[in-house]
Ligand binder design. Structure first.
Ligand code: MLT
Length: 265
């Protein structure tokens, strides 16, 4: 069931489904909660699934000029409080959702039970990457997100998905096209200044699963293997025939990896 909640003066759209231990899904950029549809369907059979649209994305509203990863993490903590969810959550974040997961770990540790990091990075942006984000932010504000919807599938999806699963590609493009320019720009500026969390990794003392698509070109398998090697006791899984959007591209493989992880921890 969808809930509309006002938190700190902003309106959020939050899907809550199922019952049991809470399981929070945090989407990537510039998407919305629907990228988790296959995980929501599966894990709401056994868990209380919470799948929000982050500030401004999907049906949530926002007119901030910049939103930091900590802002998004604080929103998630406030949502849990709004729903009186005080049992620690399993948190699954993809890419930007992973950047937010690091900040949630750093600032809201008492609300966490386990962490699932899909296709994400611990390192900050290089100077050049920050500059590209600032230019993209300007371009989106001037022209809208249409050019991103055209350009991103090449980077987001594996060749297998691009040729065999046009429905998923088009659905993702349609979400990107309908995201407000202001929201896309605010997230780009927030991502550009996100901190490097590499130093924090050896201290992470929660059960952690690291998931990556074998053909992910944005956050490579080697980079994610390195994250898994650095976090004590993290599990690592590479998803066959998937790119950056592994949970959307190969939901059965990802769901089964998550289910095994949750069962064994
Ligand atoms: C995402 O999928 O959330 C983006 O690739 C994150 C980013 O642009 O760094």
């Amino acid at each position: 069931m969808y809930h509309t909640k006002r938190i700190d003066g902003r309106e959020f759209n939050i899907l809550i489904q199922g019952s049991g231990e809470p399981f929070l899904f945090v989407h990537g950029f510039p998407l919305d909660h629907s990228m988790w549809n296959a995980q929501i369907a599966e894990f709401s059979k056994t868990h209380l699934v919470i799948a929000p649209d982050l500030r401004g994305f999907g049906a949530s509203k926002c007119d901030d000029e910049k939103v930091t990863m900590l802002d998004y993490a604080n929103d998630l903590a406030a949502m849990l409080d709004e729903f009186s969810i005080d049992t620690p959550v399993n948190l699954c974040g993809l890419s930007m959702g992973g950047y937010i997961a690091w900040q949630f770990y750093r600032n809201h540790r008492s609300k966490l039970k386990s962490i699932i990091l899909c296709d994400t990075k611990a390192a900050a942006d290089s100077e050049a990457a920050q500059q590209t984000r600032r230019e993209t932010s300007e371009k989106v504000l001037q022209n809208g997100p249409g050019f991103l919807a055209e350009a991103m599938p090449e980077k987001l999806f594996s060749a297998v998905t691009l040729s065999n699963n046009q429905a998923v590609v088009e659905q993702t493009q349609s979400v990107i096209r309908s995201t407000s320019p202001q929201t896309v720009s605010a997230a780009l500026l927030g991502m550009a200044e996100r901190p490097d969390v590499t130093e924090m990794l050896p201290k992470i003392d929660f059960p952690t699963l690291v998931v990556v698509g074998e053909h992910d070109s944005i956050t490579t398998s080697a980079e994610m293997q390195e994250i898994a090697n650095t976090i004590p006791n993290a599990d690592f899984i590479e998803i066959r025939d998937a790119g950056h959007m592994s949970p959307l591209e190969q939901p059965e493989q990802v769901n089964s990896a998550i289910a095994d992880f949750l069962k064994n921890r």
